[in-house]
Design a protein around this ligand. Sequence first.
Ligand code: AMP
Ligand code: FE
Ligand code: FE
Ligand code: ZN
Length: 287
Amino acid sequence: MIDLHTHTDESDGTSTPAELIEAAHALRLEALGISDHDTFRGYDQAVPLAEAAGLDLVCGIELSTKWRRTPESRGRSIHMLGYFLDAPPTAGFRQWLETVRAGRRDRNRRLALRLQALGIDVQLEEVERLGRSLAGRPHFARLMLEKGYVATLREAFDRYLAETGAAYVERDEPSLDEGIRRILEAGGLPSLAHPVRLAKHNPSVIEKAVAEMCGLGLRAIEAYHSDHGPQDVSLYLKLAARHGLAITGGTDFHGGNKPGLALGIGYGNMAVPRAVLDSLRAEAVRP
Ligand code: AMP
Ligand code: FE
Ligand code: FE
Ligand code: ZN
């Protein structure tokens, strides 16, 4: 069993890289992929720890991108995973991530102001203390819960932070085209994260979207994810076969920020086979 989609506390997870390695080791995971949002800091710290533990560690990233943004439409939010299987990401890609993080900080500043205007006392400084280099909406949600403005993290998103929430503000995110291109240029394999979010229970919408993304350079699809049911998984495997895409899979473990979701097994519905990673590695070295 492997898990290629996890977050440390360097992005919006709650486990330190050391705790995550420890948990993977205790579970006897055959490989662990760290795919933090917009940063390699968690992965970088995990490298020597994984080596000491004899754990196969995979370098990943998860980018938030905008798809089909036009002057009239703000586009759809698409998460793109990137896996670096045969060489570490380039220095240029790491530099580019710094500009992405600057855009996030600017969004956080505006989001805090907007919440304050709605009578919710959440200061940017508090959010950044909690989320450090990668403060994001889950950290806003956690503070709102601690201060009693909401009863659950879910409520914080539904009422305030989700795209349809009262405090939502736009972030200057890269386009999907740019996200895919940057990952490819950095030596990575771009994989569409949790495709179920494109359109739940609407296979034809997902089929069209995946076909279009293949034209942009998409190379893999996250067929296995904790939010996928058996029918979802079989649809994504079919699409992968049709378009020659590689398969990735992972739980999207966020520690305490996604209660009930465990490393390796998700909500108890997952066990990604080791063969998935073997095929990915074979794919990565293919010219
Ligand atoms: P950010 O990157 O700061 O915009 O925050 C995005 C993160 O917030 C995602 O990776 C999820 O972990 C979480 N998130 C986004 N939308 C929701 C939602 N509707 N409900 C719960 N968590 C969400
Ligand atoms: Fe997240
Ligand atoms: Fe995601
Ligand atoms: Zn994720």
